[in-house]
Write a protein that binds this ligand. Sequence first.
Ligand code: HEC
Ligand code: HEC
Length: 330
Amino acid sequence: MKVRTTILILTAFTATACAVFIPMRVGPAEDISVEITPERIALGKQLAEGIAACGSCHTTGSFVGDPRGDMYLAGDVITLQLEGTVPVPNITPDLETGIGGWTDGEIIRALTKGVNRDNKQLLPLMPWPEFGAALNKEEIYSIVAYLREVPEPVNNVAGKKDLSMMGKIASSTGMMYNMFAKSSTYTDYQPRRDTPQERGKRLTYIGKCVDCHSYAPKFPFVAFTFGEPLGGGIYMQPPGWPVIMAANLTPDVETGIGGFSDEELYNSIKYGKRLRPLPDTEMVRWPMMARIPNHTALTDEEIADIIAYLRSQEPINHDIDAKEAAKNSK
Ligand code: HEC
Ligand code: HEC
């Protein structure tokens, strides 16, 4: 057995064992009142509506590319072939069904430590490992200010959780993150932002690009820890849908982004134009499409930084289109 496979299996077993035997140990929420200022609302808006892309999952209908304008952040249900049914909660300020009744500390704890109001583990499908590690305190406070002030309250319950074994393992991987990643989360730390590559690296992390686009086919939720970074190939499949695999974003000329100009990459990231058009569509499909409204809100500098970072990676030869076609013709 390959070393990597062994490590993955051991991780899954340990994670499951932890889920069963070790109760969740994230402490109580911080007693804090976040001051709401126009600057914070503006920064929170830039993050939430841009790279952190809350609406791409939390807005009703968005995950399948059909977002409802009147249900911004009001919750959705994602059903996946492997993981089961995962409700994406209502995070509007509605008191009864949203997070209007949560304290600031509880929202901060959810965003940085990945537990809900009752201190129950949130799946790392919610990008809390990324937010906790890559956003600093001021940015987290700004997202809280935005959530309090900007979205309209909507009364809506997203649905019930019904996870498969795979979903439960993924959930316990979330606890692993908590055990090992705690030290790096939620600080005054200012990441180095001197070069486009450094800024781009941080953006691809907050934007979860690294998670979705990294190759570890059987363990999607740990892809960015154990996978081939940005080599593409993971997929989340709603029942009845064809397999749609995340693209290879490494600089490989034949199978990645290496053969394309900055302008082509810009149009792909910002507007969702596929680099290699398919017979039936020129646009990226689900679930990439859900993020395109957020990418359209990115500044030109942010997109240039993301491109610079992608270009600085090790090329991986991994033909995603061929792999996807083979999987779908079975
Ligand atoms: C890739 C999809 C995705 C993105 C992007 C995302 N979330 Fe989530 N979020 C989820 C899912 C799925 C859950 C529920 C996880 C679970 O129940 O295990 C969740 C849960 C939450 C919760 C806990 C709510 C509750 O009732 O328990 C909060 C708060 C939250 N998200 C806020 C945010 C904010 C703010 C942003 C943007 C800055 C964001 N999320 C971006 C998928 C996402
Ligand atoms: C929820 C998972 C997910 C996230 C998060 C995600 N992607 Fe994607 N991305 C995909 C999938 C799936 C495709 C393939 C779509 C298709 O083939 O039509 C894709 C396609 C793309 C493409 C088109 C490539 C081509 O060959 O045409 C680019 C460029 C891209 N993503 C960049 C990004 C960047 C940059 C980020 C982060 C800012 C990101 N993606 C975040 C899943 C994701």
